[in-house]
Design a protein. Structure first.
Length: 547
């Protein structure tokens, strides 16, 4: 603002300089003051550019930080319906648009407003007749530009939506590149990518067309103003009613007006883009977050777990879990068995409280899970997923991920030994510091599974959820891991989803799930005798293991 005010004084000094030079009494001190003004303006402008960018960067940091915190606390259900690429687009592209508006365009509007008011005031004092020409032209410019700005808003919103969709597409294809290669789908994905890029091109082309109309109109109006002032001013100078210094100063002020006028046009265009970006960011920020601390803190150690009349539906139409009840005692291993799609993994998701049941409840002792905080609840569960999820990084980083207590290398090797992963880790050149690659791509399926099991051993969780945790292990290794799980049962409650008979037979209780309902509970021997579908299921597994 100071820099802008200083710049307004420059043409006045130029006027006095020229008029003094044309006359007999030339004051050389004007030159000195003019140079000082230029230097001050340059220095202040440098500080202004840095500070404005700093403000923009801090604002974008605050928005991204808030958005990142929001994303991580959103419930699982939200992620089920949102592509990961959209989050990337919101975090990077949309916040970038806001930064441009705040650090570049918004300050220009403030400075432009000061310049516009100051220049118009000076021009009216300097020569009111010449100033009238400006007042005729500027409203004409606004009349043309305003409707185009509204169109830019719609185009920008569509462009950002397509950008988010394309970001998601890239993320999905690259993360599944092995599937693309294995199915020779390169041509299909190239065609799909071409179509998506064409949509982006078309939106960008429409935006370019509108900008191509706005810019020439602005230039045409400004040039018309300049030509009008030069012609009218020249007549006034020739008639002796206007000095050359005044005309030149007037023209300098008109040139200084170009920047505010252009900034107003650019700001209006950028504002529409940022408005669309802000709407998309607030779509995420307005979502309900999980409140981890809400509720009491309860120890799950040595307590019964009782699920009573659980019912659940993902879409409120198709029931996935239908009125099921089961109980586990401390130190028991409970196996969930049944055909694919029966709802076993959904039961685990309800136990982890990834979703809220549409009916029924889960109790720990006498306490309803609804009264226990999510942080207290989940910290006492260890969930080994079927997908063997590993983060990019080292084996050590993956083993300690999520742990709330310190562990030594000795603890890590002990956990690896329990999971029968110590031998292959010891053979790696970097051992615990070996990189696993994105999603553990440098390890085999069985190796990844053993790492996730070792991580479960390291946790102090009272309850283990093993969702097909030994599915990628060979029979011999699974038997070893099974022995470790039996030792672990002395201190923890274990829920497993399994198909292999060795895992099932060692369970204290087997729960057979079919089409979202429990159709049988009991030991292996009891269900073999009383549950025909279970007996058939076991017979199939025996045949598969033999093959």
């Amino acid at each position: 603002m100071i820099s802008t005010v200083v710049s307004l004084a420059v043409p006045l000094f130029a006027k006095n300089f020229i008029d003094g030079f044309m006359g007999k009494n030339f004051d050389y001190s004007i030159v000195f003051y003019l140079i000082i003004l230029f230097v001050v303006q340059v220095v202040l402008s440098g500080f202004a550019i840095y500070l404005l960018n700093l403000i923009g960067l801090k604002l974008v940091f605050a928005i991204r930080d808030r958005l990142w915190n929001k994303i991580l606390y959103l419930p699982i259900r939200y992620f089920d319906n949102t592509n990961s690429g959209e989050f990337v687009s919101r975090m990077i592209n949309d916040t970038g648009l806001i930064k441009t508006l705040v650090s570049d365009q918004f300050p220009q509007i403030i400075n432009g407003s000061i310049s516009l008011i100051g220049i118009v005031a000076i021009l009216l004092v300097m020569d009111a007749k010449l100033t009238v020409i400006l007042f005729i032209a500027i409203p004409v410019l606004i009349l043309f530009v305003a409707p185009l700005g509204k169109k830019l808003f719609g185009i920008s919103k569509g462009l950002q939506t397509e950008t988010a969709a394309f970001s998601s597409k890239i993320s999905q294809v690259v993360s599944n590149i092995r599937l693309v290669k294995a199915t020779t789908s390169e041509r299909v994905e190239v065609k799909n990518g071409h179509n998506d890029l064409m949509k982006l091109f078309q939106f960008g082309n429409r935006e370019a067309k509108i900008n191509a109309i706005i810019s020439p109109i602005t230039v045409f109006v400004v040039m018309g103003i300049l030509i009008g002032i030069i012609i009218y001013g020249g007549i006034r100078v020739n008639a002796g009613t206007l000095t050359i210094g005044t005309l030149i100063a007037f023209l300098i002020y008109v040139f200084q007006l170009l920047s505010p006028i252009t900034s107003f046009v650019t700001f209006f265009s950028q504002l529409q883009k940022a408005k669309g970006a802000t709407e998309r960011i607030y779509e995420i920020l307005d979502e309900d977050s999980e409140i981890l601390e809400l509720g009491t803190s309860v120890s799950l150690s040595d307590k019964h777990i009782y699920a009573k009349n659980l019912t659940f539906s993902y879409d409120e139409k198709n029931t996935v879990i239908d009125d099921i009840s089961f109980e586990s005692r401390p130190g028991e291993m409970i196996a969930f068995v049944g055909p694919s799609g029966a709802g076993k993994s959904t039961i685990f998701s309800l136990l982890e409280r990834f979703y809220h049941p549409t009916g029924g409840d889960i109790f720990i002792g006498e306490d309803s899970m609804k009264n226990i905080s999510l942080e207290s609840w989940r910290s006492q569960f260890s969930y080994v997923l079927q997908d063997n999820l590993l983060l990019s990084g080292t084996i050590r980083e993956n083993l300690v991920y999520g742990l709330k207590h310190d562990v030594t290398d000795e603890d890590l090797w002990q956990a690896l030994e329990l999971a029968y992963a110590d031998s292959f880790v010891a053979d790696l050149p970097e051992k615990l510091d070996a990189e696993v690659g994105e999603n553990g791509v440098k390890l085999s399926g069985g190796q990844k599974q053993r790492i996730t099991i070792a991580r479960a051993f390291l946790s102090k969780a009272q309850i283990l959820l093993l969702d097909e945790a030994t599915a990628s292990l060979d029979v011999r290794t699974e038997q070893y891991v099974q022995k470790s799980l039996l030792n672990l049962m002395k201190h923890k409650t274990i829920f497993v989803i399994a198909h292999r008979i060795d895992t099932i037979k060692h369970s204290n209780k087997i729960i057979f799930v079919d089409k979202g309902r429990i159709t049988g509970q009991g030991t292996h021997e009891e269900l073999i005798r009383s549950h025909e579908l279970y007996a058939s299921f076991i017979q199939t597994q025996v045949i598969n293991d033999e093959n």
